[in-house]
Design a protein around this ligand. Sequence first.
Ligand SMILES: Nc1nc2c(ncn2[C@@H]2O[C@H](COP(=O)(O)OP(=O)(O)OP(=O)(O)O)[C@@H](O)[C@H]2O)c(=O)[nH]1
Ligand SMILES: [Mg+2]
Length: 258
Amino acid sequence: MTATIQWYPGHMAKAMRRLAEDLRIVDVVIEAVDARVPGAGANPALERLAARKPRLLVLTRDDLADPLQTEAWLERYRAAGRIALAVHAKERGGAARLKAALAALPAQHRTARAIVVGIPNAGKSTLINALVGKNVARTEDRAGVTRAPQWFRVTETLELIDTAGILVPKIDTPEAQWKLAMIGAVPRARFDAEDVVTRFAAWARERGFDAVPDLETYAQSRGFVRRGNLVDMHNAAWAYMKDYNEGRFGRLTLEAPE
Ligand SMILES: Nc1nc2c(ncn2[C@@H]2O[C@H](COP(=O)(O)OP(=O)(O)OP(=O)(O)O)[C@@H](O)[C@H]2O)c(=O)[nH]1
Ligand SMILES: [Mg+2]
């Protein structure tokens, strides 16, 4: 059950300390946040750790998020004086806009060292690949792919450090918990997929998102039925999450700006 999830594995505490060190030696901070969960998917510790650095906030997975919600979030960031953009990092256009946003930062930061930070699976390594223009950093759709910080040269004048995703030590609400699990930010061994999917489907039903099936219906229709007509809810739940993360139920943002 979600309530018993242990959210903060030991290596994340270590990564957090390492992040504080790395932040000291960089000129620019690129913060990757999944556009579907911009609230719970941000790391509030950055406000303190990176307060004095120029920061670029990148809403990732623009292609999977609701465009109106993304616009609302971007407006909110801009109102707060932050530089923010949304990208589909696997598209050429996304990479170009990201480069333009970096180039538009104050001149002294263009010849620079930049760090890419964010929660697990936010798309940090994919942003690096987009900036470098080839697949130099390993990416995969699960939390905890990048384990140790790694430097990459983007241009003669720009170096980037990719970092391991870090979850906040305490995730306040059950809503934030299932949402972060749903987008793949929580290591798979640390939550119950059936529980997470059930909460997601209930959330979608409340909002009238008809393209989102409940788990039982999904399991039946996708043939997750075992001998004796038993429904294999466990494997169905994992397939369901994968489908959501590939946009099969439409572009759904899980949090609106307050
Ligand atoms: N659809 C879509 N998928 C994306 C986008 N950006 C990244 N991904 C996918 O999201 C998954 C995770 O991306 P990564 O770059 O490995 O994420 P990360 O933040 O480096 O993850 P960790 O190293 O585990 O913390 C990969 O399967 C990427 O292909 C995007 O803009 N759109
Ligand atoms: Mg990574």
